[in-house]
Structures are given as structure tokens and as C-alpha cells.
Design a protein around this ligand. Sequence first.
Ligand code: ATP
Ligand code: MG
Length: 161
Amino acid sequence: EYVNFNELINFVLDRFDMMLVSTQKNYIIRREFTKRDLWVEVDTDKIIQVLDNILNNAVKYSPDGGEITCRLLETHNNVVFSISDQGLGIPKKDISKVFERFYRVDKARARAQGGTGLGLAISKEVVKAHNGLIWVESEEGQGSTFYISLPYEPYEEDWWE
Ligand code: ATP
Ligand code: MG
């Protein structure tokens, strides 16, 4: 189905913000979105699952008090959504592996945090099924940015006139 991607992301972020209130961690979520409405054909439930996992990771692998920045923009034929955290980051040697099933950077740390190590593997499957791309840029000790790019056909503003 075609959904207004800006609205979908706002919905997911609002809900996530409300859930954070009930956890011990403090966060600020910043939104930097294009003003243009982007209509994207997605499996809504599955994309929500992807966004939730990446947001959960951003909190789970960050110390208290961090800032999470979410950006939404369009390129020529894609919408690109990114989630940046100021957390632990991912060591260079692990970056290419975090999308593998059951892969976790630091086994002891990951066990203490809970989870299965499947979140990103599932996210990658979902994004692939949408003919999109998912990737991460990260600096150990500085933070991580996860990117999701989905195919998108831009429309002309006056298309319906
Ligand atoms: P699950 O999502 O199944 O509950 P998980 O969070 O461990 O468990 P993934 O979401 O697939 O599994 O992430 C895989 C690993 O990648 C994590 O265990 C963690 O080591 C690393 N990782 C993921 N996101 C981040 C992040 N934002 N910052 C630092 N490390 C991360
Ligand atoms: Mg996860």
C-alpha cells in the first residue's frame, strides 16, 4: 500500500517516545524531515518492525542522556531515512557482520542487554523485499548512523491538476 512516509515515521517516533517514558533512560529524539510529503509503497507493519528495532538498538547501545537524530530526505529515486545515535558505536571489524543472524558485537555485553541478535537480520530481509538498502556508518565510542533507502517515484506537485 502507498503510505505517507513522513506520517508513518512520525507515528512510530511518537509511540517510541511514549514507551521511553516508562524506561529508566532519558532521550531526546530530534526530527529533521523534508517538508515534502513522500508517498512510498511499503508493507507498513514490516517497515514499522524495522524502525522499531533500529530505534531500540539506538537506545540499548547508548548511555543515558543521549540524543537520537532522525532524518528523512528524498534523493532522485529514493527516500532515505537515517537514525543517528551517540552511543557505543561499532568496531570496524564488526560493521560488515551486524546484519548477520545472531551476530552480536560483544557477546557478554549483548547478553546482559537482552535480545537475540536477529533484529538487524530481519530488518535487512524486510528492506531487501522492498528492493531497498540498509547500511550503517559507525565510529567506535562516537555513535552509529543506520540508513534505510527505499525506492520512490517522485511526483510533480501539479500532477493532479
Ligand atoms: P534483538 O534485536 O534480536 O533483540 P540485538 O539488538 O542484539 O538483538 P541486532 O538488532 O540484530 O540484535 O543487532 C546486532 C548487534 O549489532 C547488536 O548485538 C550490537 O552489538 C550491534 N548494534 C546494533 N545496533 C547498534 C547501535 N546502534 N550501536 C552499537 N551497536 C549496535
Ligand atoms: Mg536489536
